[in-house]
Design a binder for this molecule. Structure first.
Ligand code: NAD
Ligand code: TYD
Length: 355
């Protein structure tokens, strides 16, 4: 069985659901249920005996030790994190607590558990740490994409906290021999993403006939990957990755933010035409994010060559599925966008002037 952390969040929930569907392997899911975690995302497996949900903190070491002793997982797949750059600008402390200290706590308990495992189980054990392309910093327009050997240069408190966690994972392999794997992935999108991130935020606001806030000049570039392609990459690295290695995962789909927003508007114009004209009329250029990274792009050559993984979705096919999912799941959106969500929108957008 697997111990998954953060399995009620966007990528974690997609991982839990797709892993149960594709491999059937039992999962213990440890999640604190912060604003970003939602049990509604796991409603379809609420009665599935293969899934055990535990509400708790990765920094609660006695709890982690107990879960490891009781369930004896063959691997830990670590998604739990504070994950939103804009929130890390408004309040970095929680990012240090969960991403750095929480990962350290998990590593310590994983090491204690792994050291006591009998031979074959010890050899087979894996600690898979899910990280981000943002640890590598920002690219110029003509720079080659990030490789596993690109030096770390995190620019936001979020990216710095993930970089800190990555370094600890590396050190636990190097120093103690813990069989770790690290994946660094580009921007994900797809079903179940909290509507604070670009794509679901734009869909939700367009449907509510609210302005679509594009930061700065809208020319920042991200490399987009459909979430289920990411989940499959994580399973591939878990099964065949070499301990101690890191693997970059990307969609090979670089897009400027303004083009992403226009494409969402065009898909909505087709699926649910707005009475007063095209959705793109709602686009507003607003004051930029401080320290806004200009461009991310991943070279996913290593995972392709060594493990045979490539994305199945193009950006166009994945975005069409995503827009359709949000149209069909308004109840999910309404539930996760509670009072706390409205406070966040007020805090991040209300005092932002025009670009
Ligand atoms: P998310 O914010 O949607 O979900 C995070 C989950 O972690 C939530 O369910 C939350 O309740 C849980 N959590 C937070 N703090 C916790 C704690 N202290 N203990 C236990 N659970 C806790 O994030 P996501 O977008 O699903 O990202 C998952 C992972 O993937 C993160 O590590 C993130 O850095 C990484 N990542 C995300 C992206 C992306 O585009 N979203 C890209 C690359 C890497
Ligand atoms: P986001 O989804 O927050 O991911 P990240 O910052 O981790 O890449 O943002 C993606 C891009 O979209 C990023 O360049 C910032 C931009 N953006 C906007 O222009 N407006 C918004 O309201 C948000 C949330 C993001």
């Amino acid at each position: 069985m697997l111990l998954v952390t953060g399995g009620a969040g966007f990528i974690g929930a997609n991982f839990v659901l797709s892993t149960l569907a594709e491999t059937g392997e039992p999962i213990v899911n440890l999640d604190k249920l912060t604003y970003a975690g939602n049990l509604r995302s796991l409603a379809s497996i609420a009665a599935d005996a293969r899934h055990t949900f535990v509400r708790g903190d990765i920094a609660d070491r006695p709890l982690v030790a107990r879960l490891l002793a009781e369930h004896r997982p063959r691997a830990i797949v670590h998604f739990a994190a504070e994950s939103h750059v804009d929130r890390s600008i408004h309040g970095p402390a929680e990012f240090i607590r969960t991403n750095v200290v929480g990962t350290f706590c998990l590593l310590e308990e994983a090491r204690a558990y792994w050291e006591k495992l009998p031979g074959a189980e010890r050899d087979a054990f894996r600690f898979l740490h899910v990280s981000t392309d943002e640890v590598y910093g920002s690219l110029g327009p003509d720079d080659p994409p990030f490789r596993e050997t690109t030096p770390y240069a995190p620019n936001s408190p979020y990216a710095a906290s993930k970089a800190g966690a990555d370094h600890m994972v590396r050190a636990y392999h190097h120093t103690y021999g813990l069989p770790t794997l690290t994946t660094n992935c580009s921007n994900n999108y797809g079903p179940l993403q909290f509507p604070e991130k670009l794509i679901p935020l734009m869909i939700a606001r367009a449907l509510a006939d609210e302005p679509l806030p594009v930061y700065g000049d809208g020319q920042n570039v991200r490399d987009w990957l459909y979430v289920l392609d990411h989940c499959r990459a994580v399973r591939t690295v878990l099964e065949r990755g070499r301990p101690g290695e890191t693997y970059n995962i990307g969609g090979g789909a670089e897009r400027r933010n303004i083009d992403v927003v226009r494409e969402i508007c065009a898909l909505l114009d087709e699926a649910r035409p707005r009475r007063t004209g095209p959705y793109s009329a709602l686009i507003r250029f607003v004051a930029d994010r401080p320290g806004h990274d200009r461009r991310y792009a991943m070279d996913a050559g290593k995972i392709r060559r060594e493990l045979g993984w490539t994305p199945a979705e193009t950006f166009e096919s994945g975005l069409a599925k995503t827009v359709r999912w949000y149209l069909d799941n308004q109840a999910w959106v309404n539930e996760v966008t509670s009072g706390a969500y409205r406070d966040w929108i007020e805090r991040n957008y209300a005092k932002r002037g025009a670009a």
